[in-house]
Design a protein around this ligand. Sequence first.
Ligand SMILES: [Zn+2]
Length: 266
Amino acid sequence: MLRVQPWGPVTRVSLSRSLVGRPVFWVSVYVVDGLLIDSGPYRTRCEIVAVARDQGVEQVYCTHQHEDHTGGNRALYDALGLTPQAGPATVASLLAPPPIHLYRQFSWGQAQGAPARAVSHIATERYAFAVMPTPGHSPDHTALVEPTQGWVFGGDLFIHERAKYLRVDEDLATLIESLRCVAALHPTVLFCGHAGVVEDPAAAIARKLAYWDELRAEIQRRKASGQSLGAIRDALLGPEGMMTHVSRGHLSKLNMIRALDALATP
Ligand SMILES: [Zn+2]
């Protein structure tokens, strides 16, 4: 499934596997001035090739190695001869993508290896982008920054202002530092893989960090009164949802509570 939404010179392309006519999980990629930022899942590779052809895409950049951001790489290379570009820490995983959990295979599909090139900058006809390391969500995560326009293409850096779920392999302390670094740039717009177009991103990031700070303080208060982390999760975030069960805990609210608790007790 495919949705295309223009935002000035940037086009947001949302992609999802379709199951009995319904989307399973949307992810957004962006096209600007012939540059495609992230290639979406393997399961929507035909859609992204069609978009790339329609929009005259000449370059591809991947913010990080996760399969919902890189799954179109092989098809884009085979159909259009586009060699994906990425930060140096991402390239090895694009050449030979690591195996993924069953729930990720179901939702997005296993990315296939494709040629890839490490870059630190990307120039298009009208814009100049710099690669900014923003680890935490994954160790290799990067953002693409266009300083003249104040744009940040942030992949999975932001995701949601009140994120309740965390992957077990995310490094929350490093993610918070990356969010602070991006906010310090005072960008005008953040283009997110899940939240879409976020205007005034420094304020949105401040609200996101304040929300986590409040949760962290409440976790400490409840722990001091003898509550377990499971009971605290139920009280603050509610019981686990379907994604926790489907992912067998790889993605869960308890991961978030544990990570916030670990921040408070270094
Ligand atoms: Zn990701």
